[in-house]
Design a protein around this ligand. Structure first.
Ligand SMILES: *Cc1c(COP(=O)(O)O)cnc(C)c1O
Length: 364
């Protein structure tokens, strides 16, 4: 979290202006700063990332079927299903954990209207290949960039790929506004449409021109965002040193690897992702249990995959047969604790717990 006194100054301003919501001055300021940070023309702030996804999907007029990875947070799928659009799950690449373009091609039917790539762990989805597929088949392409705040791909910052990219500012994310989100786009018309949609479709006083929803970000949330923007560099620096400490602490362990970021790009190091493969003497699930027993809250992500969660399992009971990498990776991944509440000493404790566990199992 950013500086409390700076936040309280904004609270004073809010009490002074008595402007609480509806595209207030702090929301406008935050939108400008986030657009600048991503070097993108428009940032349309929303009440949360899920509503931002829903509004972007609707503004792009997606319908029928939309191809997404199953290996993502459930909101990517729900944002479609909630609007009676069928999420069609494609497989991921085992190396990048992002959509596999070949699998995407196989999922295209006459009902497909779009593709939503996810920049998982902040690592860019295969944006060029997906754009080629979208162009060939006349599909709309957008991205769930909830993990990728401020990250770059080939020197270009996220927010500039596809028709639109969606950010989440949830409390658990790199950058937070308590709850919040945004859509980034370079398309003027699309931005205008989404601003209308997030405010009930009001085109002017007493004039509703679209069946919109309520996706507005509040001033108090924007205040948190402005304070956290000032704090962003130090958060990323802290995350990076945590990531490097994990890398050092888990070196040369059998069957253990840390998902690597491309150091030539801007990375936010929001997630430290450990993969456990067959060479490891202890199973992924037993490592998680051992960590929980020490009150270390590591998590299996995104296990068991969206396609295995009840609403989608009922819709597509056999989806897993076409998702071998999703199945394999979701059995291998542990997301390790990080963030500014953890320091290097605590991370060294965590890596020592993992090392000790593996070494004690390795002995005959
Ligand atoms: C967090 C997240 C969302 C949802 O964002 P909220 O702001 O929590 O609604 C969507 N997709 C991904 C990949 C996420 O990590």
């Amino acid at each position: 979290m950013g500086d409390k006194n700076e936040f309280l100054k904004y609270v004073e301003d809010i009490f002074e202006s008595k402007w609480l919501s509806n595209n207030g001055p702090l929301v406008q300021q935050l939108e400008q700063r986030i657009a600048q940070h991503h070097r993108v023309k428009h940032c349309v702030a929303m009440s949360n990332g899920t509503v931002a996804l829903e509004i972007a999907i609707r503004a792009l007029e997606l319908k029928g079927e939309v191809i997404i990875p199953s290996y993502t947070f459930i909101a990517t799928a729900h944002a479609l299903h909630w609007q009676a659009i069928t999420p069609v799950f494609a497989d991921i690449d085992a190396g990048t954990h992002c959509l596999d373009p070949e699998s995407v091609r196989k999922m295209i039917t006459p009902n497909t209207s779009g593709i939503i790539g996810v920049h998982l762990w902040g690592h860019a989805a295969p944006v060029e290949e997906l754009q080629n597929i979208a162009d060939e088949h006349n599909l709309k392409l957008m991205f769930d960039a909830a993990h990728a705040f401020g990250n770059s791909h080939k020197g270009k910052i996220m927010g500039n790929f596809g028709e639109a990219e969606v950010l989440s500012f949830h409390a658990t994310k790199l950058f937070n506004t308590f709850e919040g989100g945004a859509v980034l786009t370079n398309n003027d018309e699309l931005a205008k449409k989404m601003r209308l949609m997030r405010n009930f479709g009001f085109g002017g006083v007493d004039n509703v021109i679209y069946p919109g929803t309520n996706g507005k970000l509040t001033e108090i949330c924007a205040a948190m965002g402005l304070v956290n923007m000032d704090n962003l560099d130090s958060v990323i620096e802290h995350n990076k040193s945590n990531y490097l400490a994990y890398q050092r602490g888990l070196e040369r362990l059998p069957g253990i690897s840390i998902f690597r970021f491309d150091e030539a790009q801007k990375n936010n190091y929001q997630y430290v992702v450990m993969e456990v493969d067959e060479a490891c003497p202890v199973s992924r699930d037993d490592i998680v249990k051992a960590l929980h027993a020490e009150n270390i809250l590591a998590r299996k992500y995104f296990w068991p995959g969206c396609h295995n969660m009840k609403p989608y399992k009922l819709l597509f009971p056999h989806a897993g047969m076409l998702l071998p990498n999703t199945q394999a990776i979701s059995e291998r991944v542990i997301v390790l604790p990080t963030g500014t509440n953890l320091n290097i000493d605590e991370i060294n404790t965590i890596t020592t717990v993992i090392r000790t566990l593996l070494i004690s199992h390795d002995e005959p």
